[in-house]
Ligand binder design. Sequence first.
Ligand SMILES: [Zn+2]
Length: 57
Amino acid sequence: MKFNHEWHLKHKMPLKASFEQRLAWHIEHAKHCGCRKPPPKILDEMIKSGIQIERGQ
Ligand SMILES: [Zn+2]
């Protein structure tokens, strides 16, 4: 997966995003772009919720 610039333009992370907002953002991000991995806390929550994401890179 590579950097999806178009997706990033359309999906800005809110400046004071709550954990839930960040989680939702990273879930969508993982589907559309592979520029960076979610932070460990977010990743844990995604795994707990049974969300499948690309683990490569
Ligand atoms: Zn990205």
